[in-house]
Design a protein around this ligand. Structure first.
Ligand code: AMP
Length: 492
């Protein structure tokens, strides 16, 4: 470790000091216990400080929030004012996020990283009363973190002005696209001064995001931290072929026989999520649902209970999956296979975090085959098939699906990846290169520690996608057989 040096009242730790950050920001980083910048921070911070536009591919968990918040705070620090007049505190940085949860997390990060910089920040998101937000906006804030819909409500209400905005940050742009926010985002962008810095962050870059980037970014520097569209490499993928009508039973069976304790289950619709949680409760499994129809209070309560281990299963829609970062989440189950393959990557990003292994289980009915093919194409790997006896599609369908690649039924056997994945101790202990927080310096606390998974460099640039051995086990010739071929039998 490099030596510490002192500048004014601030003690500066090494690593971050090479990036050009000012002492108050270095001090905050030190107090947070960050020892080294993460790769995305190393790349983005100098570029943002230099005023460049950025197009960055980095997922939650890479330290991306500090990568844009630290240099943005520094660039705005020159405008810090002790005046009480709202006119001296116009909105200068606008951060748009897809979900309330992510907005809360990003806002909290700005407060933490900016603890020694006298800039004001505010948070606006829907589902809660507007009055408190209006009062805060009227007092004046330099940094505004918002979800698009509620921000437009404030625009309409004339509680917010954008004429001094000099930085626009789009966080998880692909998720905003998926959630249908693109028209809102375009309306907001049209209200901003044309000369500004733009920082676009996205885990994936579908064509529409690239088109948006082309219209708003000026000569952007490109940063790619996660291998493009690659899922976390510590995740074991497995799929269980199942008759559609037996999915719920199979889910309950897996949870009960494997003694799963903290499972995030994805459903395609809000109604489906509610119904599934209800049915699981009837099977005596503690389950709750979280989705966009729930009030903020209900979502927070559901998250708290899940985090505390009081709820075994949290059934979520894709909307709820972003911004959800739960330490040591061992399993994610796709009850409904996502139609957009990129959602698969986002969903399983909830497991295999912090250097722990995770398991992504998909319940695949014959009608899901097309979506499955798109997923396997995107992640560039073939997902291992494991048939759970008694739950597969009927004989004719299986035979049709498997064709001549059918594997004769074997005695049920224990399968490594079918065992519950126990938490494996602190990530840093297992990943020697993981940036670590100094053990004794953790004075801060996130507003919600659900978001506090430390960065682990699991997704190095250009990392080749991991190839599960099952993938090479057998070459299948017929396309359908290739999708559900080579079924194995799980322990019954
Ligand atoms: P993010 O990807 O921004 O959501 O950050 C994920 C987690 O990593 C958060 O809990 C951050 O506090 C933490 N983090 C960010 N940068 C660092 C760093 N350089 N060293 C250690 N932890 C970090």
């Amino acid at each position: 470790m490099r030596a510490l040096c002192t500048t004014g009242p601030f003690v500066i730790s090494s690593g971050f000091d090479a990036l050009g950050l000012a002492p108050p920001l270095l001090q905050a980083v030190r107090e947070l216990g960050y020892q080294q910048p993460t790769p995305v921070q190393e790349q983005a911070i100098p570029l943002v400080l230099a005023g460049r536009d950025i197009m960055a591919g980095a997922q939650t968990g890479t330290g991306k929030t500090a990568a844009f918040a630290l240099p943005t705070l520094q660039r705005l620090a020159v405008h810090a004012s002790s005046s009480a007049s709202p006119a001296r505190h116009p909105v200068r940085a606008l951060v748009l996020t897809p979900t309330r949860e992510l907005a809360i997390q990003v806002h909290e990060s700005f407060r933490e990283y900016g603890r020694h910089v006298p800039l004001r920040s505010a948070l606006v998101y829907g589902g809660v009363d507007m009055n408190a937000q209006i009062a805060e906006l009227r007092r004046g804030v330099e940094i505004l973190v918002a979800t698009p819909g509620r921000l437009l409500d404030h625009v309409q209400n004339k509680t917010v002005m954008f004429n001094q905005v000099s930085v626009l940050i789009l966080d998880e742009a692909d998720r905003m696209l998926d959630m249908g926010f693109m028209p809102d985002i375009k309306r907001i962008i049209a209200l901003l001064p044309p000369v500004r810095q733009n920082l676009m962050w996205s885990a994936t870059f579908p064509d529409e995001i690239r088109r948006l980037a082309a219209t708003i970014l000026k000569d952007p520097a490109q940063i790619q931290i996660a291998a493009r569209n690659a899922p976390a490499e510590l995740v074991t993928h497995v799929l269980h072929p199942v008759a559609r009508q037996k999915k719920r039973e199979l889910l309950a069976y897996l949870i009960q026989t494997r003694g799963l304790k903290q499972v995030l289950v994805f459903c395609g619709t809000r109604i489906g999520a509610n119904r599934l949680a209800h049915q699981l409760r009837k099977d005596h499994i503690h389950a709750d649902a979280i989705h966009g129809d729930k009030s903020q209070g209900e979502r927070e309560l559901a998250l708290e209970a899940f985090k505390a281990g009081k709820t075994t299963v949290l059934v979520a829609t894709d909307v709820a999956s972003r911004g959800l970062d739960i330490e040591s989440l061992p399993q994610v189950i796709n009850f409904d296979i996502p139609r957009s393959p990129e959602d698969y990557v986002h969903r399983i990003g909830r497991t295999g975090r912090a250097g722990l292994t995770g398991e992504a289980i998909s319940l695949v009915a014959p009608e899901d085959l097309e979506s499955l093919a798109a997923i396997e194409n995107l992640i560039r790997r073939k997902i291992e098939r494991v048939l759970v006896p008694g739950f597969g599609p009927d004989g004719t369908t299986i035979a049709a699906l498997m064709g001549r690649d059918a594997v004769p039924a074997r005695e049920p056997r224990a399968r490594e990846s079918a065992r519950p994945t126990a938490p494996q101790g602190p990530a840093a202990a297992q990943r020697p290169n993981a940036p670590q927080r100094a053990g004794t310096q953790r004075p801060h606390k996130h507003s919600d520690p659900i978001f506090s998974t430390p960065y682990v460099p699991g997704l190095a640039p250009q990392a080749p996608p991991a190839q599960p051995s099952a993938m090479h086990a057998r070459r299948r010739e017929r396309p359908v057989a290739a999708l559900l071929g080579g079924l194995k039998r799980a322990a019954g």
